[in-house]
Design a protein. Structure first.
Length: 170
């Protein structure tokens, strides 16, 4: 477990390491933790795009952002950075196409990228089947569960789409 967490920390920008540790500690506790810094989904996605710009270019990929609404819901900034950042990193590393599409709606984030039909290996990476890549998926699922966010992953017609619906706490 510690080795996996260490690998995950290395994958994120150095400036977010403290945030990652805080979220991991929060996940280890039962129940929801106290108040955290809030930001709109749109601002968090823009921050992620900047953080991954160099890695995107190095891998010959391009991130495009589509906003279906200019007013998005506010969520926990740190949890949003970790969850959506993990999905963007996976897409950059494993997409077979150059274009990775990010979409922000009022209360949702969606990322879509291309996989070749014969690329079952990458489908397994995204679904967390392959050993070593499941930790990121587990953290995404745990944060989503804890925050009452709905996470889905769909593979269809050579594309993989991950969607997170950010539901307000009631």
């Amino acid at each position: 477990m510690i080795k996996g967490v260490n690998e995950l920390l290395k994958l994120h920008c150095e400036t977010h390491s403290e945030d990652m540790i805080a979220v991991l500690l929060e996940l280890a506790r039962e129940g929801n933790a106290g108040d955290t810094e809030q930001a709109t989904i749109a601002l968090i996605v823009e921050e992620i795009m900047l953080a991954f710009q160099e890695q995107t270019e190095k891998n010959g990929k391009a991130l495009s952002l589509h906003m279906t609404s200019h007013k998005s819901e506010k969520i926990s900034r740190v949890n949003g950075l970790i969850v959506m950042g993990n999905l963007v990193r996976n897409a950059i590393q494993h997409s077979t196409g150059a274009d990775i599409e990010l979409c922000v709606a009022d209360n949702a984030f969606r990322i879509t990228n291309t996989l070749q039909d014969t690329q079952q290996h990458s489908v397994e990476l995204f679904s967390g089947v392959e050993q070593g890549f499941g930790l990121g998926k587990i953290i995404v699922e745990r944060i989503c569960h804890q925050q009452n966010w709905h996470y889905t992953l769909r593979v269809e017609a050579g594309k993989i789409t991950a969607t997170i619906r950010f539901l307000s706490h009631i």
